[in-house]
Design a protein around this ligand. Structure first.
Ligand SMILES: Cc1cc2nc3c(=O)[nH]c(=O)nc-3n(C[C@H](O)[C@H](O)[C@H](O)COP(=O)(O)OP(=O)(O)OC[C@H]3O[C@@H](n4cnc5c(N)ncnc54)[C@H](O)[C@@H]3O)c2cc1C
Length: 397
């Protein structure tokens, strides 16, 4: 059977022939591939904030950010969030430039609660700006003492007439320091634990909201600890019903957890590309590195890990787009793709020898970029618990 679309016949695009995709996904992948190769591949400046702002603007101007928000009436590319499109975008951008993937993903994650549960007024006021790249968004869930155990969060929102007053801290907040829009999750106390949390829109510059600390990490991107100290916002800034914030956060993560797997897949594909280039180009022992079976075993393992991760990732994305529950599938995809990508990238670094650890070389960058993906949006151990819980539910019923 001939391919239904004119795709480059390389390892990074063969999977687009799988039945998970529709023609619009294949067209998107092809257009994006051309754009990303031309506009963002391996462009890394010294000022990460400026780079990130420029990438958000470029992604908005080219129309890619429209895929990060839901609803055509609000600047979105479709009527609902298309998980497969988001995954294709993240996979492709990550393969070319990790910060471009980050910039795209955060526009979606940061505004996801509004797309999924916001009022029309909230959508109208933020989503078109997020989709154009005119407003940068952030998702503020984690706290210094509530990371994996997010339901134990302490940040509080007290109702005061037509307002809420927020007090507490949020940390590890991506885009912290450069965002215009922060979706902040805080305890409103309708019930203990997860059922007493609500989601709020907090605009940068609101009195009582400040960046307490900028955090530097091994793969630089904007990141901060936030402080809310008597931060007064209109009650109309609450997203969804009071006490429903945890559900909103989990619905958002159902989309974006799968897309973390797609980003890991993009990093792993780039590592395989780099590994193949080095193996065939590096001369040694009267041949090339690729001539040795030990190298061929590495390459075979890398390619198989990547295909396994791709199958799990796009199964989860397709299943969500079909309107089915993906708790188990998204957790499997995230765990397998991030853990697998770490191994694939490590193998590529090994093939590059000394050059593999030289600052600025592609595989060295990938080695730093992949690490946090095994921790954020639910560490691997959390994904294991989710998968086991779902399995046991079935076994015990
Ligand atoms: C680069 C980066 C960007 C981030 N961006 C954001 C953001 O934009 N918004 C946001 O809200 N948060 C963000 N986070 C926070 C991230 O989601 C948390 O770091 C993550 O949830 C883990 O929480 P923690 O760091 O407090 O680790 P802890 O909860 O203290 O967990 C530490 C380790 O314990 C292990 N562990 C956890 N649970 C279990 C268990 N049940 N059994 C056994 N072992 C377990 C895991 O290995 C885990 O890594 C980001 C983090 C990083 C590193």
């Amino acid at each position: 059977m001939s391919p239904p679309h004119d795709h480059p016949a390389d390892a990074a695009h063969g999977h687009l022939e799988w039945p998970f995709f529709e023609p619009r996904h294949r067209a998107l992948a092809l257009d994006l591939e051309r754009w990303a190769a031309r506009e963002v591949r391996d462009r890394h400046g010294a000022d990460v904030d400026a780079d990130c702002r420029a990438l958000v603007r470029a992604l908005g101007a080219a129309g890619w950010l429209a895929h990060a928000v839901g609803g055509r009436a609000f600047g979105g590319a479709g009527d609902a969030i298309d998980t497969r499109a988001i995954c294709i975008l993240r996979e492709t951008l990550a393969r070319h430039n990790g910060l471009a993937d980050f910039a795209f993903a955060m526009q979606g994650l940061g505004s996801g609660a509004i797309s999924l549960a916001g009022s029309d007024a909230q959508k109208q006021s933020w989503l078109p700006r997020v989709a154009r790249g005119d407003a940068i968004s952030a998702f503020a869930l984690s706290e210094p003492d509530a990371g994996s155990d997010v339901a134990s969060m302490q940040c509080a929102a007290r109702r005061d007439g037509d307002h809420y007053v927020l007090d507490g801290e949020k940390t590890w907040i991506s885009n912290g320091g450069i965002a215009d829009l922060y979706v902040v999750f805080a305890r409103t106390g309708e019930a203990p634990g997860a059922r007493g949390i609500s989601a709020f829109i907090v605009e940068a510059g609101t009195p009582g909201f400040e960046i307490a600390e900028r955090i530097e990490v091994i793969a630089p991107h904007p990141l901060a600890r936030l402080r809310l100290d008597g931060c007064r916002i209109a009650a109309a800034n609450r997203i969804g019903d009071a006490g429903e914030g945890f559900k909103v956060a989990m619905r958002t993560l159902d989309v974006f957890r799968t897309s973390v797997a797609a980003a890991a897949l993009g990093f792993a594909r780039r590592a395989l590309e780099e590994g193949l280039a080095r193996a065939t180009g590096r001369r040694m022992f009267n041949g090339t590195l690729a001539d040795f079976q030990l190298t061929q075993a590495k390459l075979a393992q890398m390619a198989t890990t990547i295909d396994g991760a791709a199958l799990l990732t796009y199964r989860a994305a397709w299943q969500r787009d079909c309107g089915r529950n993906v708790t188990r599938e998204a957790a499997m995809a995230k765990m397998a793709a991030t853990e697998g990508a770490q191994q694939v990238i490590d193998a590529a670094v090994q093939m590059w020898g000394g050059l593999g650890v030289k600052s600025g070389v592609a595989v060295e960058r990938l080695y730093r970029e992949i690490r946090a993906l095994r921790i954020y949006e639910g560490a691997t151990e959390v994904q294991q618990l989710i998968i086991a819980r779902e399995l046991l539910k079935g076994a015990r019923s």
